[in-house]
Every structure is written in structure tokens, then in C-alpha cells.
Ligand binder design. Structure first.
Ligand code: GDP
Length: 427
């Protein structure tokens, strides 16, 4: 069976933990989109890790970790990440990299920095990992696919020269920065060839055969619905689709093979980067939630920057779950809310005096004011609880209220960062 683990919101919902947990029963775990721009934090028997490129299954010795064709593959980052986990005692993982994945080049990272610099106050808040320039090049058909490293060298050299010609016009006239040397770029590609050679293969055929044999395959999404370039808060989005449906494309599997879509929703909201965030809170209220949030505070796994904080947003989450094609919701980080006397929840958006529960397009979203309903808190620590019925009544009421508002079944409740901090509900 193929299952996808994806985010309902702005990312950082705890997908890494849920994938790591479900990975126990999986044979293969696949990254299908995004790059090293976002991170998953995982806590397990080996310690605490921030992964950026590797799938969250790398800690098991029974799983194969796959980088699908849809990923923005940064080869040096991938290798550093493999080394860093092996250095900490994790057995060398079995890794396969799609020969159709394209590579993030050093100049993609530079262009990302230069463009953010140029935009100044109007910047996107990019992590400057080269993701937007990478995907632009992929669709402009001037990207480099892993397979090209193993083709005719002269052809590759010619293509490098053509690409540098275009890039250098921008570097000279728009950014006023040093030009690219085609020879150096060619050498960069050759060094990637050496690194990736042991892992490169036809991933879609590997996955097809595994699926036919009845293997358990997990597709691991990065970020969440609201960062999708089509269905998210464009243009404050990422550059590849964050939806489970894209798992079929970014891994190369049949769309109908994805039988379960587990959408991860955090019990409150957080976001990074610019863009409308209707249920956002500020000041001391936000600082306290940020300090207590996640595991060790809500700070970016890649950049360390403080995340923007807000109350749970039923409008955004209902939409986020619908676009993912949710079969199950995993409701995470609920334990963090145990300090609050009362917990506000955003149940509607007031746009020019009209209240709606449908998530609007960006220019209307920017005008939206949150309609809040305040629920009573439970004022205790719920970590360690294993059965749903043992949760405090107000905590169950919070879960059931959210479930009714979003309209999708919450079948898992996460009450701590560890692999075993999970409460299953039969729905
Ligand atoms: P991802 O990108 O969706 O995997 O999310 P992140 O890793 O950026 O953020 C989730 C953070 O919350 C991580 O630090 C996790 O260890 C932590 N986390 C996940 N689930 C829970 C939970 O149920 N309770 C607490 N306290 N922390 C959690």
C-alpha cells in the first residue's frame, strides 16, 4: 500500500515525527518534492536530528530511503547529511536517488540570495537554499538531471556553456555580481557524478515493482497545503507542489495507488516567511507559545529563525485537509497547550463584514480578520497518556471541536515529540 504523510498548513506540523513513527511498518520512504530548504526534526533512540533532504526513514535498518524525481536534489547537502547521521552511530542507510531528479547547482543558491537582496523589504523570506531558481530552471528546461551526468560529456559541456550565457546576462546587468565560469560549473557537475553514482537508479520502476509485491511505501511531503504554488497563498508559497496528489508525479507512482493520505495538523499554528496569517498572535502571548512550542521552541529547523505563531485555524485547516485528499488527520503537539486557561480557535474569517469558513484567494485573505471561539483549557500535562479516554475532558472536547470544524477524522493524536507519544483513535 502507498500512504502519503503531508501537511495541512504552512509546514512544521510534525510530519517528520509521524513519518518516523509510521516508518516502523514501512519498507520504503520517499521524498517527492521540495529540497533542503525546510527541515524535519526527529527524536528517536539515536538522539535528536534535523533532516533536510533525507526521508525520515533513514533511522531504521529495514527501510529503503528514496529521493524521488520531484525533489530539488542538493548533492553536497545530501552527502553531508548522510555523513552526519552515520557519525552519530546510525547504520549506513539504504538510499536510492532517482536518475530523473534534477540537481540544485551552486549558482541556484547564489541567485536566490541575490534576488532576495534585490527585493529588499519586498522579499519572500526565502531560506536562500536555491529552491525557487532551481524549479524555475527545471520548467524553463535549463536544469540538469542526474541522468545527464552519465551521458556524453561533450554534450553536457555544451549545455553548461549555453546555460552560463543566460545566467551571466542576469549576473552582469541585473545583480552586478561575479560571472559564472563554465569550466567550474562543469567540474561541479563531475564532482556530483562521483558522489551520486552509487545511488542513482530508475526509482519509478523500483517503486512500481515494490508496490506490485505489496510493499508498504510512505511518501513524505515537505511544508503544507498553504505553501502549494497553485492552492496556497501565492506568491508567498514554495516552488513545488506540497500536495499528496503530487506524490504520484514526484515519485513516479500511479495516483490511484496512494490509498491513504495522512494529513498532519498542529494543535496551534506557526508559519515561516512572509504572507497573510489570519490567526497570528503577537507580543508576550506569541513569545510564550513559541517558547513552549514543538520540542524546544518553535524555531526553524534549517535557519533557526523564530516562527510566527497563531491559534489553530479551522478555516485554513479544513481547506488544507480537503486539498490534500485527507483520509486521516494526525493532530500533533497537543501537549504544548496544557498551560493555557482558555484556548482561542479561529472558526471563521471576517472579510469586509462577511463571515466565511471557505479559505479565500490571497487578496481577500489579506483583508481577513479572525473570528475566534474560546474553548476552556485542561491545565495539565497530557504527555505519557496512551488511551484517548484518559485525556482530560476539555482536551477531548478541543479535539472533537476541531474535528467537527475541519470535517475530517482525527485518527491520531500526538502528545509528545517521541516516536511512542501517540494516541490512536478508531474512527
Ligand atoms: P515537520 O517539518 O512537519 O516535520 O515539523 P518540524 O520538525 O519542523 O516541527 C515539529 C516540531 O515539533 C519538532 O521539533 C518535533 O520534534 C516536535 N513535535 C512533533 N510532534 C510533537 C508533539 O506531539 N508534541 C511536542 N511537544 N512536540 C512535537
Amino acid at each position: 500500500m502507498i500512504k502519503a504523510v503531508v501537511g495541512a498548513n504552512w509546514g512544521d506540523e510534525g510530519k517528520g515525527k509521524i513519518t518516523d513513527m509510521l516508518g516502523k511498518e514501512a519498507d520504503i520512504i520517499v521524498r517527492f518534492q521540495g529540497g533542503a530548504n525546510a527541515g524535519h526534526t526527529i527524536i528517536n533512540d539515536y538522539g535528536k536530528f534535523a533532516l533536510h533532504t533525507l526521508p525520515s526513514g533513514v533511522f531504521y535498518d529495514h527501510t529503503t530511503s528514496v529521493i524521488g524525481n520531484g525533489v530539488a536534489l542538493n548533492i553536497p547537502v545530501l552527502f553531508k547529511e548522510i555523513q552526519s547521521i552515520v557519525d552519530r552511530g546510525v547504520p549506513m542507510p539504504a538510499i536510492k536517488v532517482s536518475d530523473r531528479a534534477q540537481m540544485v547547482m551552486s549558482y541556484h543558491v547564489l541567485f536566490d540570495q541575490y534576488e532576495e537582496e534585490r527585493l529588499g523589504g519586498k522579499s519572500f523570506g526565502s531560506t536562500k537554499s536555491g529552491i525557487a531558481p532551481f524549479y524555475s530552471d527545471k520548467y524553463a528546461k535549463i536544469g540538469f538531471q542526474v541522468s545527464e551526468l552519465f551521458g556524453e560529456e561533450e554534450e553536457l559541456r555544451d549545455k553548461v556553456a549555453r546555460v552560463c550565457e543566460t545566467k551571466n546576462v542576469m549576473l552582469e546587468h541585473l545583480y552586478h555580481k561575479p560571472l559564472l565560469d563554465p569550466e567550474k560549473i562543469f567540474e561541479e557537475l563531475m564532482s556530483y557524478r562521483e558522489m551520486v553514482a552509487p545511488y542513482a537508479c530508475d526509482v519509478s520502476s523500483f517503486l512500481w515493482n515494490a508496490w506490485k509485491e505489496g510493499k508498504e511505501i510512505l511518501l513524505e511531503g515537505q511544508l503544507g497545503t498553504l505553501k502549494d504554488p497553485d492552492h496556497g497563498i501565492y506568491p508567498m508559497v514554495t516552488s513545488s507542489s506540497t500536495l499528496a496528489a503530487y506524490g504520484a508525479i514526484g515519485a513516479g507512482v500511479p495516483p490511484y495507488a496512494i490509498e491513504k493520505v495522512i494529513t498532519v495538523c498542529k494543535a496551534y499554528s506557526s508559519a515561516v516567511g512572509a504572507g497573510a496569517f489570519v490567526s497570528e498572535i503577537f507580543g508576550e502571548e506569541a513569545d510564550e507559545l513559541r517558547r513552549r512550542g514543538g520540542d524546544g521552541g518553535e524555531f526553524g529547523a534549517t535557519t533557526g529563525r523564530p516562527r510566527r505563531m497563531g491559534w489553530f485555524d479551522c478555516v485554513a485547516s479544513k481547506y488544507g485537509c480537503r486539498l490534500q485528499g485527507t483520509t486521516d488527520v494526525a493532530f500533533t503537539v497537543l501537549d504544548v497547550l496544557g498551560y493555557l486557561d482558555e484556548i482561542p480557535v479561529c472558526v471563521g474569517y471576517d472579510i469586509d463584514g462577511q463571515v466565511t469558513t471557505e479559505f479565500p484567494v490571497t487578496h481577500l485573505l489579506e483583508k481577513a480578520k479572525p473570528v475566534l471561539k474560546v474553548l476552556p483549557g485542561w491545565k495539565c500535562d497530557i504527555r505519557g497518556i496512551k488511551n484517548y479516554e484518559e485525556l482530560p475532558e476539555n482536551c477531548r472536547k478541543y479535539i472533537e471541536f476541531v474535528e467537527e470544524q475541519i470535517g475530517f477524522p482525527i485518527t491520531m493524536v500526538s502528545n509528545g515529540p517521541g516516536r511512542n507519544d501517540i494516541i490512536y483513535r478508531n474512527k
